[in-house]
Design a protein around this ligand. Structure first.
Ligand code: PMP
Ligand code: GLU
Length: 396
C-alpha cells in the first residue's frame, strides 16, 4: 500500500539511533561507553521534583490550556526579561512537548511549500528533517573548522534568495559548541532585517557558555525581535530531558498559529511537567552554575586528550557539551583489514571493536568528524579516551 512520500523521505534521528544502540548493548551487559546522545547525566534538582509531586497531590492532573498554563508562560516571560533583557507578554509564548516539538511548530507556522530555510552546517540533525516535514526546502550554508565553524554576515547575505524565508541560528551550537560574539550576532541581525527574513533562534544551550557572552539575537532592536522566533526549553539547562518541556517566544500572530495547531495535534504538554518547570525557572541558577563548572572541567580534559593523539584533533568549543573530533587523517587506514573510508565507518568500528559510542559527522553534514558528548561522568570520559588512544594505535 502507498504510504506518505513525505514521511518516507525522513530518516530517523542518528543521535537517537546511536543512543538506542548504546543502551541496548549496555542492557545486554556489554561494557560499552556512550558519548552519543547529548543528554545531561545530572539528575533533575530536588526542588523541581518536589514541585512535580506537589502538583500531583494538588490535583494538577487535568488538561491545561493547549499552549500551556498562564503561570508557566508568566515564569518564561520573567526569565526572558531578567536573563535576556527581552519583553514578551504571555500571549507570545507557546509551551510544547520539548524544544523539538516547538521547532516543528515554528516551521509549520512560517513556511509555505517551496520556502527555503538556511541551515548553517555542521547542524543539529533534526533541523533539515523538520523543514522538509513542513514542506520547506533546507538550504545548507557550510562553515569551516578553520573559521571556528562560523558563517559571516556577508556569507549569509550571499546565501539568501527570493525564496528564503528563515535562517536557523543555534548558538551555542550542537554539534560544534561554537558561540557567536555580540559583534557577529549584531551583523547577522542587520542582514536578517535588511533582507526581511525570519530567524529561528534555538537558544537551548544558552546557559552552557564557558567563554563568551550569553546574548539573544532578538535583543539588538525591535526590528530584529519582530523577525525572531526564540526556541528554548528546560531539557539542557535543568537536566530535564525526559520531562519534555520546550517553548517559543514570538510575535503574537505566529504564537496564535502554533497554538491552534497544537490544540488539534497534541493539546497541552504534560500538566505536571509544566508545574515543575515553573519551579525550575523560579528556583535560581545555582544548580546550573555547578553543572556548568563540571562540564568545563570535562571539556578541557577531553580536548587535551584528543589533541594528544596522533592523527586526531579538535578545537576547544566555547559552549554546549559537544566536541567535534577531526579524524580526516585516519581516512584510508585499516582496522583488521577493513578500510576506514568515512566517519561512519570509523564510528562503526570504534563501537564494535573498542565499545565506544560516538556520533559520526555525516548526520551533521560534517564528513571527517565525529561528535563526542561530554554530558557523561569523568570516569566514562577517561575510559572512552583511553580506548580511543588504544584503538587508534591498532590502525595501520
Ligand atoms: N535543539 C538542539 C540544538 C538540541 O540539541 C536539542 C536536543 N535535544 C533540541 C533542540 C531539543 O531538545 P528537547 O526537545 O529535549 O527540548
Ligand atoms: N539533542 C541531543 C543530541 O543531539 C539529543 C538527541 C536528539 O534529540 O537528537 O544528541
Amino acid at each position: 500500500m502507498q504510504l506518505s512520500k513525505k514521511y518516507s523521505a525522513i530518516s530517523p534521528s542518528p543521535t537517537l539511533t546511536i543512543d538506542a544502540k548504546f543502551k541496548a548493548m549496555k542492557a545486554d551487559g556489554v561494557d560499552v561507553v556512550g558519548f552519543g546522545a547529548g543528554e545531561p547525566d545530572f539528575d533533575t534538582p530536588d526542588h523541581i521534583k518536589a514541585a512535580a509531586i506537589r502538583a500531583i497531590e494538588n490535583g494538577e492532573t487535568k488538561y491545561t490550556p493547549a499552549s500551556g498554563t498562564l503561570q508557566l508562560k508568566k515564569a518564561i516571560c520573567k526569565k526572558l526579561q531578567k536573563e535576556n533583557g527581552l519583553t514578551y507578554e504571555p500571549g507570545q509564548i507557546v509551551i510544547s512537548n520539548g524544544a523539538k516539538h516547538s521547532l516543528t511548530n515554528v516551521f509549520g507556522a512560517i513556511l509555505n511549500p517551496g520556502d527555503e530555510v538556511i541551515i548553517p552546517a555542521p547542524y543539529w540533525v533534526s533541523y533539515p528533517e523538520m523543514v522538509k516535514l513542513n514542506d520547506g526546502v533546507p538550504c545548507v550554508l557550510e562553515t569551516k573548522e578553520e573559521n571556528g565553524f562560523k558563517f559571516t554576515a556577508d556569507e549569509l547575505d550571499a546565501a539568501i534568495t527570493p525564496k528564503t524565508r528563515a535562517l536557523v541560528l543555534n548558538s551555542p551550537s550542537n554539534p560544534t559548541g561554537m558561540v557567536y560574539t555580540r559583534e557577529e550576532l549584531s551583523a547577522i541581525a542587520d542582514i536578517v532585517v535588511k533582507r526581511d527574513i525570519f530567524v529561528v533562534s534555538d537558544e537551548i544551550y544558552e546557559h552552557l557558555i564557558y567563554e563568551g557572552e550569553r546574548i539573544s539575537i532578538a535583543s539588538f532592536s525591535d526590528e530584529i525581535k519582530k523577525r525572531t522566533i526564540i526556541v528554548n526549553g528546560l531539557s539542557k539547562t535543568f537536566a530535564m530531558t525526559g520531562w519534555r518541556i520546550g517553548y517559543t517566544a514570538s510575535e503574537p500572530e505566529i504564537a496564535k498559529l502554533m497554538s491552534s495547531v497544537q490544540s488539534h495535534a497534541t493539546s497541552n504538554p504534560n500538566s505536571i511537567a509544566q508545574a515543575a518547570s515553573v519551579a525550575a525557572l523560579e528556583g535560581g541558577l545555582d544548580f546550573v552554575c555547578e553543572m556548568k563548572a563540571e562540564y568545563k572541567r570535562r571539556r578541557d580534559f577531553m580536548v587535551s586528550r584528543i589533541n594528544s593523539i596522533p592523527g586526531l584533533s579538535c578545537k576547544k568549543p566555547a559552549g554546549a557539551f559537544y566536541v567535534m573530533m577531526n579524524m580526516k587523517e585516519l581516512i584510508g587506514k585499516k582496522c583488521d583489514g577493513e578500510v576506514i573510508d568515512s566517519a561512519s565507518k570509523f564510528a562503526d568500528l570504534f563501537l564494535d571493536r573498542a565499545l565506544v559510542a560516538v556520533v559520526p559527522g555525516e548526520g551533521f553534514m560534517a564528513d571527517g568528524y565525529v561528535r563526542w558528548s561530554y554530558a557523561t561522568n569523568m570516569e566514562n570520559i577517561k575510559k572512552g579516551l583511553d580506548r580511543l588512544e588504544a584503538f587508534v594505535k591498532t590502525l595501520i
